[in-house]
Write a protein that binds this ligand. Structure first.
Ligand code: PMP
Length: 392
């Protein structure tokens, strides 16, 4: 080990001592409810493939056709030769789907948050952010010189105080996840919008886990709460329920134009491949007809959560297909997740610093594709692992 790498090695050893070292899990098959791991078929309860679109025939066909038509790469960033007709079609379709004037596509949800927040916030502005917002929001904010105020998770009293104290700033922006990725709870968007309107702020929602999940045909939290026109910036991902990869912002035309000139991930990183853009477009068209599929997703989530709770497990504030089972400290949590894998169930252990030290959890993600038998199997495995853990 080179001298400069020694401190890195020491940090990794520390992670191992704390039970937080996580080697990558390498799957031999594509995303599905059953996936192959080390020659075994494992029940998958950790994929964000909420609607099972990753292997949808229409998406695959669209990817093949676009590859034949345009080739495998787009050749450049969007502002040079990298805006192909398929990118424009995707943005038009996304804007129509979300009910906004415009939409702009980025390479990922992560870079969308980074690019948008860093572009619109200046040193005279203030950003008011839920403490449990996603890392990409936090990083986006860090890239700016804006003033920051963090409110306790979903605490509308603290949000109001922060807004009251913000009158002197230029732009005031309230940022929230639509669905929180570690707890599976939904942001109180109607209350946030009301407060923002009262204090002349604007609202930014990251719908990564709500895109394709919440609202009519998966149009997101704004649609779910009937707040069209009152949420100013809606970010979404194309990587989870949509089944492909990428991110977008649905917004007014003026913001789109501004971002095309200012958002650094948009300006300086090559655009989505034609296959990706085309399969995202096909996915949005599938979503338009997805009422039944989304109904199945929510039925499965409610069923799984109630069965887990019936066994006496704490599922925290979960109210979506993200169902955390709170275990405790990091080592116990990772042990629980390992035991589940021995039973043939993959559910990711999530520990400090992603969540509080004593709130380590095994996070289950239910999809529309899971059968009742699969969900029952996972519940039974949970009971078995708890018994095994108590004997450790
Ligand atoms: N926002 C939230 C709330 C997320 O959970 C994620 C995905 N982990 C992202 C943004 C980033 O999305 P993507 O995976 O498309 O980069």
């Amino acid at each position: 080990m080179a001298k400069w790498e020694r401190t890195l090695g020491e940090e990794l050893q520390q992670l191992k001592r704390e039970g937080r070292y996580r080697p990558l899990t390498v799957w031999a098959s594509g995303s599905s409810t059953r996936m192959e791991l080390d020659g075994r078929s494992v029940l998958q309860m950790s994929s964000n493939n909420y609607l099972g679109l990753t292997d949808h025939p229409e998406l695959i066909q669209a990817a093949i056709e676009a590859t034949r038509q345009y080739g495998v790469g787009s050749g450049s960033v969007r502002t040079i030769t990298g805006t192909l007709a398929i990118h424009e079609q995707l943005e038009l379709e996304l804007a129509r789907f979300k009910g906004t004037e415009a939409a702009l596509v980025f390479q990922s949800g992560f870079t969308t948050n980074q690019g948008v927040l860093a572009s619109i916030l200046g040193p005279d502005d203030v950003v008011i952010s839920d403490e449990l917002n996603h890392a990409s929001i936090i990083d986006g904010i860090r890239l700016t010189k804006a003033h920051r105020k963090i409110y306790a998770h979903k605490d509308m009293g603290q949000l109001e105080t922060a807004l009251k104290e913000s009158a002197a700033y230029g732009k005031r922006i309230v940022v929230t996840d639509g669905v929180f990725s570690m707890d599976g709870d939904i942001a109180p968007l109607p209350a946030i919008v009301e407060l923002a309107e009262r204090y002349d702020a604007f609202v930014y929602v990251d719908d990564a886990h709500a895109s394709g999940v919440l609202g009519k045909n998966g149009k997101g939290t704004t649609d779910h709460f009937g707040l069209h026109g009152r949420v100013h910036i809606q970010v979404g991902t194309l990587s989870k329920a949509v089944g492909v990869v990428g991110g977008y912002v649905a917004c007014d035309q003026i913001l789109k134009d501004y971002l095309i000139h200012k958002a650094r991930p948009f300006l300086f990183s090559t655009s989505q491949t034609p296959a990706v853009a085309a399969s995202c477009l096909a996915a949005i068209r599938v979503l338009e007809q997805s009422g039944e599929l989304i109904g199945k997703l929510w039925d499965n989530a409610a069923y799984f959560r109630s069965q887990v709770q019936a066994l006496g497990f704490d599922t925290g504030a979960s109210e979506t297909p993200i169902v955390p089972v709170i275990v405790g400290n990091p080592a116990e949590t990772m042990r629980f997740s390992d035991l589940l894998l021995q039973e043939g169930v993959f559910a990711q252990g999530i520990v400090y610093p992603t969540v509080a030290m004593d709130k380590g959890r095994v996070r289950f993600i239910v999809t529309a594709r899971h059968t009742r038998e699969e969900l029952d199997y996972a519940v039974q495995a949970l009971g078995k692992c708890r018994a095994a853990l108590s004997q450790d």
